[in-house]
Design a protein around this ligand. Structure first.
Ligand SMILES: [Zn+2]
Length: 214
């Protein structure tokens, strides 16, 4: 009853188009949800150091809004929404072998302090929870301050993130299946730099997951 009352006073609206949600709709409306279609697996060339990458959705007006909200507003609700989507995708496609460790792409400490959180970490936490996988938030650490990637070319991006990461020595990744998570795949240079560093520690497989592909 309290739920109904709250809903009456503060009706929930779609995170994307802001129309009022129906009873059976949770985060976004059915129309917006239908615009999010799972992507097929991305073929990898030899320059990539991970074994497989999955991106769930292409950028469109709906996914762009959700990713934006992930950074600034209702991070937990949106993360749970994407985690549920990932579980559906996983059960349909079974893209990775059993995952031993799931870890986020780390945000530089200065940025984390400014923003207060790392959206990739919260996303990873929700995915780990729904999949019952072991989340290690600090498995990968940044070793240098990197410029924001947004305005850089592909080559500049690669240079920018080269040797920018190290693996936390507290954990052994030998013979483990590792899944690295980020919100958006652009050129893949950050994920690739992490994978290159991870590879030296002899894991079994390195997988990558992003919610969006730009
Ligand atoms: Zn909508």
């Amino acid at each position: 009853m309290l739920d109904n009352l709250v809903n009456l006073l503060f009706p929930k609206t779609c995170f994307s188009c802001e129309i009022r949600l129906l009873k059976n709709e949770k985060t976004i409306c059915t129309k917006c949800e239908n615009s999010l279609q799972f992507l097929s697996e991305m073929p990898l060339n030899n320059n990539f150091h991970f074994d497989k990458i999955v991106s769930l959705f292409q950028f469109n007006s709906v996914s762009r809004k959700l990713i934006h909200a992930l950074k600034y507003d209702e991070i937990k609700i949106i993360s749970q929404f994407f985690a549920e989507k990932f579980k559906i995708y996983y059960n349909l496609n079974y893209p990775f072998k059993e995952i031993d460790f799931i870890a986020p792409v780390p945000l530089h400490l200065v940025k984390k302090r400014d923003r207060g959180f790392n959206q990739a970490e919260i996303l990873t936490k929700e995915i780990a929870k729904i999949m019952s996988w072991q989340h290690i938030p600090n498995l990968i650490k940044r070793t240098k301050f990197t410029k924001t990637q947004t305005k850089l070319s592909k080559i500049q991006r690669e240079k920018n993130v080269a040797n920018a990461f190290k693996i936390n020595k507290k954990y052994s990744v030998v013979d483990k299946n590792i899944l690295i998570v980020d919100d958006v795949f652009t050129t893949g240079s950050t994920l690739n730099s992490i994978a290159k560093t991870l590879q030296k520690e002899n894991p079994k497989n390195i997988f990558a997951l992003t919610i969006m592909r730009a």
